[in-house]
Design a protein around this ligand. Structure first.
Ligand code: GTP
Ligand code: MG
Length: 178
């Protein structure tokens, strides 16, 4: 018999870092240069045949970057079991906001065993290396370990780099917490 798991996963990070683009790439295999800011929250669902006995229904909550200044995140975060925390490699301010997002997350939601929800760090827009990525970014390996991320990836929604890998890493981590 197959079992089904519904996983609520948050996608958070500052304005314009590429959250919606990452989700569109992952769920619909499309990408657009056009920027339209998300208002409030958006949803997407991806069904994964995880293993021979498990179907995962991955519910992605695309939280608008501007919500960091609002007071709705507590409502949006409720019952989440994982998060993708995204910044834009070309804008240092979005990296500096990572810890604010992670702090917001950990202060408002936790697993039933009291531990923080698994989070993966996404350094998005890695395709922009020619135009100059931020020179001041620290080593993400040690940064992500220090701040309790379960993994980190340089991603590009534009070129479809590491989007699957990053989300698979998160789902693995979620599924390993029983
Ligand atoms: P909010 O909804 O305002 O919080 O923004 P968001 O994080 O959802 O950003 P969105 O996905 O709308 O992308 C913002 C802009 O960045 C758009 O113009 C995208 O085309 C562009 N963008 C997103 N991902 C990438 C990427 O991997 N590489 C490049 N070069 N541009 C990207
Ligand atoms: Mg958006």
């Amino acid at each position: 018999m197959q079992r089904e798991r519904l996983l609520k996963v948050l996608v958070i990070g500052d304005l314009g870092v590429g959250k919606t683009s990452i989700i569109k790439r992952y769920v619909h295999q499309v990408y657009s240069q056009h920027y339209r800011a998300t208002i409030g929250v958006d949803f997407a669902l991806k069904v994964l045949n995880w293993d021979h006995k498990t179907v995962v229904r991955l519910q992605l909550w695309d939280i608008a970057g501007q919500e960091r200044y609002g007071n709705m995140t507590r409502v949006y975060y409720r019952e989440a079991v994982g998060a993708l925390v995204v910044f834009d490699m070309t804008r240092l301010s979005t990296f500096q906001a990572i810890l604010k997002w992670k702090g917001d997350l950990d202060s408002k939601v936790a697993l039933s065993n009291g531990r923080s929800v698994p989070a993966v760090l996404l350094a998005n827009k890695c395709d922009q290396w020619q135009l100059g990525l931020c020179p001041k970014l620290p080593k993400l390996e040690s940064f992500s370990r220090e701040y309790g991320f379960v993994g980190w990836y340089e991603t590009s929604a534009k070129d479809n780099t590491n989007i699957d890998a990053a989300i698979t890493c998160l789902v693995k981590s979620i599924m390993s917490v029983e």
